[in-house]
Design a protein around this ligand. Structure first.
Ligand code: PFF
Length: 509
């Protein structure tokens, strides 16, 4: 039977798809404001070091887990040890949770791209508060993602990545060049971004950079396991890991180069103080940048279109990887067709994203409705996944590869030491400090117990317990499938189609 069609067709297709997953809102939205909040260049350096030293090793581990099993994440962990399959299920639950808020943010980028010529400045509260508009744009963002994943790994995800990632890179380079040519203020912006002052970097800043590196590389949420499972047998995973990390680091670096000179230029010409611009907060992309664009007249409108289109593309190539993790599991476990699996996942996540969008809108407009543990639902899902569950799952991947694989398969040399010892220790540090910061956050220099933070931690623990139970009660002793299932089903469908055609040709005779 012809089973050629499962998986990526080329190494470069696999690498671009993985890089597309990595490069997303984390790089373009998260990184710039976190860099601002943590003193600039020093943060950039720690972040890049984390990507190359810690993130790369965890990514290699995840690629390897996927590739050796050529199956969904549950089967992949089961293949290492049946008792570890729950970790595979956890990395199906995590992307499903991420999807519920990432879709909303993707919708925002679509809205801002479309609103470039109408003017986005000052409209954040209005848009966020308009539930119908938010839902509409979220759906507009979700549809191409669904269409790409329905088209399959090779015909959808790979082709989209080959087209979209280079497009994004070109747009970002153009924006960076223009930003560097703006004149007044650019020099200050550059020194803020590129001249490190390590005295400004706090322990919290270092942890934030590590966490940011993990999120940015899409680690701890199944994406790299799933993409690894579709990589060609002969692909050198170390090479691919280096390429993906370099691309992610490059695009992150460029996003700062595009944003900081423009921000400092705006501050210089408008006379606004940088702190008043709120560049160290989550509003940097949706509140501050539209003001900067507006100030530049028609050119600013064009840049707004380019910038938000690029951001929407970045979010799209990330969401398709998140969607593929869940889709792959459903196809293989429940033996359903890809179109059906994608439709179920997208409809469910779109439905769940509605309360998330409403909650964010209420919060932005100063109303406290629809919050849990003192946070809007977007922040809540982000805290649970980003701070707690993703590091936990990335830790699991490193321990599985470092300690659970048969000895003959274990990494040797530098990668071996990193994956067994160094990376797990650093991830535990991120996890523990992240949890401590949540339970006893520092408020004006003093640590104060936060029942809300404790509630979030308990929720995360609850999710892990439920996942473990669901795995042991429902999945452990059942067939959870592999990539071959879809390839076989495709081959059967093709054969039936061909047979139908042959019959069709014969009918007139
Ligand atoms: N790496 C993406 C970003 O930086 O925006 C986010 C992400 C994508 C997280 C895919 C998780 C994932 F599975």
């Amino acid at each position: 039977m012809n089973q050629k069609r499962s998986g990526f067709g080329t190494r470069i297709g696999f690498e671009l798809a993985a890089a597309g997953s990595a490069v997303g809102l984390g790089n373009l939205w998260g990184f710039p404001y976190k860099t601002s909040a943590n003193g600039g260049a020093a943060y950039l350096f720690v972040y890049l070091a984390c990507i190359l030293l810690v993130g790369a090793v965890a990514m290699l581990a995840e690629f390897y887990i996927g590739r050796r099993s050529r199956a969904n994440t549950v089967s992949a962990y089961k293949a290492i040890s049946p008792g570890w399959g729950w970790l595979g299920l956890l990395v199906v639950v995590i992307p499903a949770m991420i999807m519920c808020y990432y879709l909303v943010l993707g919708g925002y980028t679509v809205k801002y791209a479309l609103g470039s010529f109408v003017g986005n400045a000052g409209n954040y509260e209005k848009f966020a508060g308009n539930t119908g508009d938010v839902i509409l744009h979220t759906a507009v963002f979700a549809l191409p993602a669904a269409a790409i994943v329905i088209a399959g790994v090779r015909n959808g995800i790979e082709k989209a990545a080959k087209l979209l990632l280079p497009t994004m890179l070109v747009i970002l380079i153009v924006i960076s060049c223009v930003s560097l040519l703006l004149g007044e203020g650019v020099q200050e912006g550059l020194s803020f971004y590129l001249k490190p002052d390590f005295s400004k970097l706090t322990g919290a800043g270092i942890l934030s950079a590590m966490g940011q590196a993990f999120f940015s590389l899409s680690l701890g949420c199944g994406a790299m396991i799933t993409y690894g499972s579709y990589s060609g047998k002969t692909v050198d995973l170390v090479h691919s890991t280096v390429v993906v990390c370099l691309l992610d680091g490059l695009l992150t670096f460029l996003s700062g180069l595009a944003i900081f000179p423009a921000l400092f230029h705006y501050a210089a010409v408008s006379g606004e103080s940088l702190s008043a611009l709120g560049m160290g907060g989550t509003g940097l992309m949706f509140i501050t940048l539209p003001m900067v664009f507006q100030d530049m007249g028609l050119a600013g409108q064009i840049f707004s279109l380019l910038f938000f289109t690029m951001t929407a593309i970045a979010a799209l190539t990330s969401i398709i990887s998140i969607l593929e993790v869940v889709t792959q599991f459903i196809i293989q476990r429940y033996k359903v067709a890809r179109t059906r699996a994608v439709s179920i996942v997208v409809f469910a996540c779109l439905a769940l994203s509605v309360p998330v969008g409403i909650s964010l809108g209420l919060d932005v407009n100063g109303a406290a409705g629809l919050q849990l543990f003192g946070r809007n639902l977007l922040e809540l899902l982000d805290s649970i996944t980003n701070t707690l569950l993703m590091p936990l799952a990335a830790l699991g991947a490193c321990v599985a590869v470092g300690w659970k694989l048969p000895k003959s398969e274990r990494f040797s040399g530098f990668a071996g030491t990193m994956v067994r010892v160094v990376t797990p220790i650093l991830i535990v540090v991120i996890l523990v400090f992240g949890a401590v910061d949540m339970i006893v956050p520092a408020i004006e220099g003093k640590r104060v117990y936060s029942p809300d933070g404790f509630g979030i931690l308990l929720t995360a623990v609850g999710i892990v317990i439920l996942t473990v139970l669901a795995y042991f009660l429902i999945l452990k002793n059942r067939d959870t499938g592999s990539n071959r299932d879809e390839a076989r089903a495709n081959a059967r469908r093709d054969e039936a189609f061909q047979a139908g055609l042959r019959r069709g040709w014969q009918r007139p005779e």
